[in-house]
Design a protein around this ligand. Structure first.
Ligand code: SF4
Length: 385
């Protein structure tokens, strides 16, 4: 990575945010809302001695309740919301024109790489905020209304597998509601340490549920935690919207995999949608050079900076036994797909709480309220050599 990309990310990496989260938890004047990213629930148990890749959403929700949060909401809900907006944007660009191919925008390190290194390609990025930021924007608006709390009293914490999310939450444009979408980010490791400091015995907790409505999610939201997951979730929704037919097979196995580049073509009725999934930023340059030269023969590209997507993020538990890393990544990835397969709803547009959110508050995907709260813009950060 260029120094201009690397240094802010490393600064975020080296900053411990647990002390200010502990101070917020101890403040009775704040209404504390927390969200957890999809990849956290398949890794945090490793910090408490459970097997690599253990799936523990119920214990995580219970731990956060015990730690003193007022609402346990979920980034997975916002991942479903992201699909509503991003699939709408993709369909709009396909049918009405717009810069193609479209790039996903969930990974802040990838977004910053484009801003730094290929700013001329910024119009290709989806304008959707990441799920973390969408959730935060809802907590300070719709969530505050639900609980009849002044938005200024809402403290919005996210737990992420990712150190770059600390950088993302501080971007000045992430405050369209008048308040910062997210007040603080803890990594998976930082949350585990906070729970240990509070004397919470993770393994012995009785499982709890995420709070409704902003904690309800489908399998499509859950798979955001692995490379190819955003693409697969978007395809599940785009297929049904474009064809008007029920998707016969939900698993798009051609976009699943590990580090590197995968290409696939998916029939959406008469349209053959050509997609590319990239895991690991070092693999993306050749594709971007093709896009720059106008020679890219595809419609939609997902890029995740980490080698297997967020399950392998820099804020996840360290794998201490040499050689265990592939097993840890495989275990976490397997748990994400098992979680998806076990959920009764697996398409974002089937999430009943998402449907109610549009009816009661947002209007429609890409509508004015959605655009105001859930979309953003990007800026060239290119520095001359
Ligand atoms: Fe963060 Fe890595 Fe996930 Fe990107 S892929 S959002 S850098 S954890």
């Amino acid at each position: 990575l260029l120094p201009s990309v690397r240094e802010p990310l490393f600064a975020a990496y080296n900053r411990g945010d647990a002390p200010r989260v502990k101070a917020a938890l101890a403040d009775p004047g704040l209404f504390k809302i927390v969200q957890c990213a999809p990849a956290v629930r398949v890794a945090i148990a490793e910090e408490f001695g459970l097997p690599l890749g253990s799936l523990t959403p119920g214990k995580m929700a219970a731990a956060l309740k015990t730690a003193g949060f007022d609402r346990i909401y979920d980034t997975n809900f916002a991942a479903d919301l992201t699909i509503m907006e991003e699939s709408s944007e993709l369909v709009q660009r396909l049918t009405q024109g717009g810069r193609m191919p479209m790039f996903t925008s969930c990974c802040p390190a990838w977004v910053k790489y484009v801003e730094d290194t290929y700013p001329e390609l910024i119009p290709h990025l989806s304008s959707c905020k990441s799920p973390q930021q969408m959730a935060g924007a809802l907590f300070k608006t719709f969530g505050a209304k639900l609980d009849e709390v002044e938005p200024a009293r809402v403290y919005s914490l996210s737990v992420m597998p990712c150190t770059c999310k600390k950088f993302e939450c501080e971007r000045p444009e992430m405050a369209a509601s008048g308040y910062h979408d997210v007040d603080a980010v803890l990594t998976t490791r930082e949350l585990a340490q906070l729970l240990k400091d509070a004397g919470i015995d993770f393994d012995k907790l009785t499982e709890a549920e995420f709070d409704k409505p902003l904690g309800t999610y489908t399998g499509a939201g859950a798979i955001f935690g692995v490379t190819g997951g955003v693409m697969e979730a978007a395809l599940r929704t785009a297929y049904e919207w474009v064809t008007g037919q029920s998707l016969p097979e939900l698993d798009f196995t051609t976009v699943r995999g590990g580090e590197g580049v995968r290409k696939a073509a998916v029939k959406l009725g008469d349209l053959e949608l050509k997609v590319v999934v990239v895991a690991g930023l070092k693999h993306v340059r050749e594709l971007l050079e093709q896009v720059k030269a106008g020679k890219a023969d595809f419609h939609f590209i997902e890029v995740m900076t980490c080698p297997v997507g967020c399950v392998s993020g820099g804020g996840q538990p360290k794998v201490l036994i040499p050689g265990d890393k592939p097993a840890a990544y495989a275990g976490r990835k397997g748990s994400i797909y098992n979680h998806d397969a076990a959920l009764s709803l697996r398409k974002s547009h089937d999430n009943p709480e998402i449907q109610k959110l549009y009816e009661a508050f947002l209007g429609k995907p890409l509508g004015s309220e959605s655009h105001h709260l859930l979309h953003t813009h990007y800026t060239s950060r290119r520095q001359e050599e």
